[in-house]
Design a protein. Structure first.
Length: 202
């Protein structure tokens, strides 16, 4: 394993763009499904209103004129594919006795669905989703919440995200950062490590 995991007690991963290969919830996620009926700005606005709302995703589906919210949610989220190297990487991390956590922006219904689909309760010590805590990345409050929930020191934690803007606040608090670079990112921040695949960290 890469040396960044030396003395690491907890590895925290984002779901979208890390465990699942597509990190785009709107431009390459929701919007293509509804582009014949609604503008990009409308779809993005509807999602922005629910991203870290503890009231759930009902207003989104109402705004998109969906009648069966469960079917709409499932059809949308099932479009996302698990990275083919993820299971191997997860196994190697667990073999090193490093705990796992999830740290993602999404409504609680999406979180519940993906926790079951990815069987996260099996191997993950905890999950933090914006829709449950009412906070979102990259606001500093949610990173402080992460530290409080984890009970680890910042230098014992590695955080992997596909967006540099989400890594910067973690670094300020002393958490080690890994950029999973799925696409170009011009945000002005240099992480501790940049990778293009899970195998780059084996």
């Amino acid at each position: 394993m890469h040396k960044i995991f030396d003395n690491t007690k907890l590895l925290v991963l984002d779901i979208m763009g890390v465990i699942l290969t597509n990190g785009s919830l709107i431009k390459r996620g929701l919007y293509p499904i509804y582009k014949e009926k609604y503008s990009y700005s409308l779809v993005k606005g509807l999602y922005s209103n629910i991203r870290h709302s503890t009231e759930g995703d009902t207003s989104l589906w109402k705004g998109l004129n969906e009648k069966n919210y469960n079917n709409a949610r499932r059809n949308f989220l099932d479009k996302y594919k698990v990275d083919y190297e993820y299971e191997t990487f997860k196994r190697k991390i667990l073999e090193k006795d490093i705990k796992l956590g999830v740290f993602s922006n999404m409504p609680k219904e999406w979180a519940d669905y993906l926790v079951k689909r990815l069987d996260l309760n099996e191997d993950y010590s905890f999950t933090i989703f914006s829709g449950y805590v009412g906070l979102k990345k990259p606001d500093i409050d949610i990173y402080e919440y992460l530290l409080k929930q984890s009970n680890y020191s910042p230098n014992e934690i590695v955080f992997i995200d596909d967006k540099l803007r989400n890594l910067a606040p973690a670094s300020k608090l002393g958490i080690k950062t890994v950029h999973f670079k799925r696409k170009d990112d011009e945000f002005d921040f240099k992480p501790d490590l940049t990778v293009g695949s899970f195998s780059d960290m084996f």
